[in-house]
Design a protein around this ligand. Structure first.
Ligand SMILES: *[C@@H]1O[C@H](CO)[C@@H](O)[C@H](O)[C@H]1NC(C)=O
Ligand SMILES: *[C@@H]1O[C@H](CO)[C@@H](O)[C@H](O)[C@H]1NC(C)=O
Length: 440
């Protein structure tokens, strides 16, 4: 194992064997619960439990996960200017050998990573927007400023996540002729074990802000489990915000928070929470440990918000706002994107109800969330899509994937059905991170 300078708390956790049995029980309960509720497991419960050695992976592998994460979260690379050339990523530029974890070093990286980068031209246009662009992942430089996770999937999908250079060489990532960033899954007809895929994490660390993600296509189809989400350190204490997430044939997005103990919703009535969601999924106790890790999820009322409907409509925009008014997720289908977003001067007060909103009254957004990184990934099967293989009921999933595919297990389907993953790709126009000089 290489020397890691920062994951000391994790190493200490690894040494603490007490509670392992309880945690094993917890994750089994969480899995069952998630399958029943078709709600998501917090991805970093799995990271965390892998970290304490309770998941069926060798300790060595778990160490590597955290070491790689640390190596990738290099202080030096967190300030790579977007002007630097990423049209032909070599992988060596952003995956260099520094050894400071994004998470563990977040307080020290905050200053340097907060310096304005990117083509901020749009943000200077006239408007009443209180928000200014601080980071713009777009166009030929989209992949600058992300780390590629290239070790085992903490969510137990049967994917092999590739480094940037390997993903490039395998044709899994590209900037397409439209100037959009594409992240694919391997479509080789049959594979013996895993399919290759991509998981990327921003080097930028943020506490509060506004993230606007514009995508024209997202992964869909049985066995897929794509997500765009953000996550803090010391999971679940740093909190997790799943902005876009769902599985298989789902047509409606589920946005979810997972937290440490003490964060809740006052009601499971979305309209009383100030959200347009059709339902609260999971429950009103957002704490990972006490909710069976279902978290507090909200389902979009729009069948264009996820999967096939999202793609056939040319995608759309997701915005996640995190400030003293709480955490909100907005969705705008293509064709309904507010002009202030398109012009780069976002004005959330004019957007109407968010699809999901977690008010600050019972869940202090500064206490339960901090120092997040944003993440894209596409996994296959694993803790959610795998365990829900025979489930029905979520919008879009009237038939189970077992019935639809004729395969009794998710893994067998994935291994035998490469062509089924032609649609399992993200095509992203941009991810823009805004901040405000007014108090958050
Ligand atoms: C970016 O890389 C391409 C291909 O290697 C090269 O042609 C171009 O000059 C580079 N641009 C910059 C700004 O370095
Ligand atoms: C916005 O600024 C605050 C205060 O400097 C900082 O803590 C936070 O991380 C920033 N958020 C983003 C998205 O840059």
């Amino acid at each position: 194992m290489r020397v890691c300078s920062t994951p000391l708390p994790l190493l200490l956790l690894l040494l603490a064997s007490d509670g392992v049995f309880a945690k094993r029980t917890l994750i089994r309960r969480a899995s069952n619960y998630a399958a029943r509720q078709t709600t998501s497991l917090a991805r970093d419960l799995r990271v965390a439990l892998a970290g304490v050695g309770v998941l069926p992976r060798s300790d060595a592998a778990q160490h590597v996960i955290f070491c790689k994460n640390s190596a990738q979260g290099a202080l030096g690379s967190s300030s790579v200017p977007p002007e630097s050339n990423s049209t032909s990523p070599s992988g060596s530029g952003t995956n260099g050998g520094a050894s400071i974890s994004n998470h563990a070093s977040s307080s020290s990286t905050k200053k340097s990573s907060a310096s304005p980068t990117g083509t901020a031209g749009g943000a200077t246009s006239t408007s009443t927007s209180a928000w200014h662009l601080v980071q713009n992942y777009a166009g030929s430089t989209f992949f600058n400023g992300w780390d590629f996770w290239d070790t085992a999937d903490p969510t137990h999908g049967i994917v092999q996540y590739l480094s940037q250079s390997d993903a490039q060489n395998a044709g899994l990532i590209e900037i397409n002729p439209a100037g959009n960033a594409v992240m694919r899954v391997e479509t080789t007809p049959t594979v013996a074990s895993t399919r290759k895929s991509v998981r990327i994490t921003t080097q930028r660390v943020f506490t509060g802000g506004l993230i606007i993600m514009d995508s024209v296509h997202m992964p869909t189809g049985c066995a897929t489990w794509p997500a765009f989400w953000s996550n803090g350190p010391d999971w679940p204490l740093g909190g997790e915000i799943d902005v876009v997430e769902g599985i298989s044939d789902y047509t409606n997005n589920q946005a979810t928070i997972h937290t440490g103990p003490g964060c809740s919703l006052t009601t499971d009535n979305p309209s009383q929470l100030g959200a347009s969601a059709s339902a609260v999924t999971g429950g009103t106790d957002c704490a990972a440990a006490t909710s069976g890790n279902a978290g507090c999820g909200m389902r979009s009322p729009s069948s264009q918000s996820f999967g096939p409907g999202f793609n056939s409509n040319g995608g759309g925009v997701y915005a996640m706002k995190w400030d003293s008014s709480g955490i909100s997720v907005y969705f705008f289908a293509r064709g309904s994107i507010p002009g202030d977003i398109s012009s780069g001067s976002p004005n959330p007060p004019s957007w109407g109800l968010p699809m999901a909103h977690w008010p600050p009254s019972d869940c202090d957004p500064w206490k339960f969330f901090h120092d997040h990184v944003a993440i894209f990934d596409t996994t296959l099967c694993g803790d959610w899509a795998g365990s829900a293989w025979t489930s029905t009921g979520a919008p879009g999933q009237d038939q189970s994937c077992a019935t639809r595919t004729g395969f009794s297990t998710c893994d067998a389907f994935v291994q035998a059905s490469g062509a089924s993953f032609n649609d399992a790709y993200w095509e992203v126009k941009s991810v823009k991170i805004y901040n405000t000089t007014a108090p958050l």
